[in-house]
Design a protein around this ligand. Sequence first.
Ligand code: GAL
Length: 424
Amino acid sequence: MQVNRRQLLGAGIGASALLALPACSSSGDSGSGGGEKKVEVFSWWSGPGEGEGLAALIEDFKKNNAGVEFVNAAVAGGSGTQARQVLTSRLLANQPPDSYQLHAGQEAASDIKAGKLEAIDYLYDANGWRDKFPKGLTEKLTIDGKIYAVPVNIHRSNLLFFNPKKLAEWGLSAPGKTWSELLAQGNTLKGKNVKLLSVGTTWTQMHLLENVLLGELGTDKYNGLWTGQTDWNGADVVAALDTFKQLLALSVVGTDDWQPTIDKVVAGTAAFNVMGDWAAGYLQGAKALKYKTDYDVVASPGSAGVYNFLADSFTLPKGAPHKAYAEAWLKECASKEGQDLFNPKKGSVPARLDSDKSKYTDYLGWALGEWQNSSTVVVGSLVHGVVANNAWKAEIEKAYGVFFQDKDSKKFAGAVAAAYAANK
Ligand code: GAL
């Protein structure tokens, strides 16, 4: 992304920078759709906790667009691993949906540079959106001055979920504040036949890994991992990878997606789960659990005051068959009303700057406060598309598969460094 690679990934972006208002505009024309009154929207929000958020947005879309058929083309699977594969084949076959889900940052940059998307500056201008989102966020959807997507939310990746009743039962007053403290708790729990962390399928393991790196290295060195400024082969990175291995050894590591994985924490077979705040949406909504009483959540060890962020966004693919209705969908996604219906269910805070704060309570009340606090440091997630382009990320995933088997930290670090050099 010739865009602002430094700005995107550089030294911990202050939340205040992301919240700053932009002040420019350009013009464009508005497209028109084909004959059918229909829109097909592609995402990976079908499971419990995600499905409800999307459903709320769809319901409002239908209210605002009477008579338009809504085709929900969600492909199941947390973090979009399966969905992105299906999407790639559809785009290759020239069968794009009318709009698809995409993460702001390097994932967006990869699709923009590959020519998959239409610029939608004209929608930003026609609808007055330019000052409605944090400037730093729309920059992560921009290349060469053109914006390519609408952000619906801000998620936080670096969270440690737990069941406070169980913790008390096991004699732990609070989760460890560093990864070493958590490891020590893991050894105590082992004596009680309880696993330290519940970890699921590969992407959830890598989600844990990025947050171990963040907590162990701190924000500057973590940011440097994605810009070439931190040496992956350095002793501190290798030590953090070793910590990750020790954590896995004390944990239950399954092949489930994130919902059954966090269910183990609710049930008390494992003490903690590192997951993004979509899990708060799920626990509070689908599981009807009470914040602080039935479930609780803190920043993952070593990352208090840091927001490891990601943002879901929707796009206008080139060749969208029902362009006018795709534009109507993007309008829904960008709207204050749509965002305030979607985010409280999804477990995310709104991308819009003018949301109705009263709608964000319990976990989300805390999240919004942290997000809007100017001293919060914002960094980007690897697993959820912010910091590595698609080619490098695919290489990291491949190397991680080997690491998971052979547990060779140095070899993994070397492979990631080499892949960066080849794909930066
Ligand atoms: C992320 C996505 C979130 C949530 C999560 C789990 O990649 O941005 O909205 O859906 O995956 O599926």
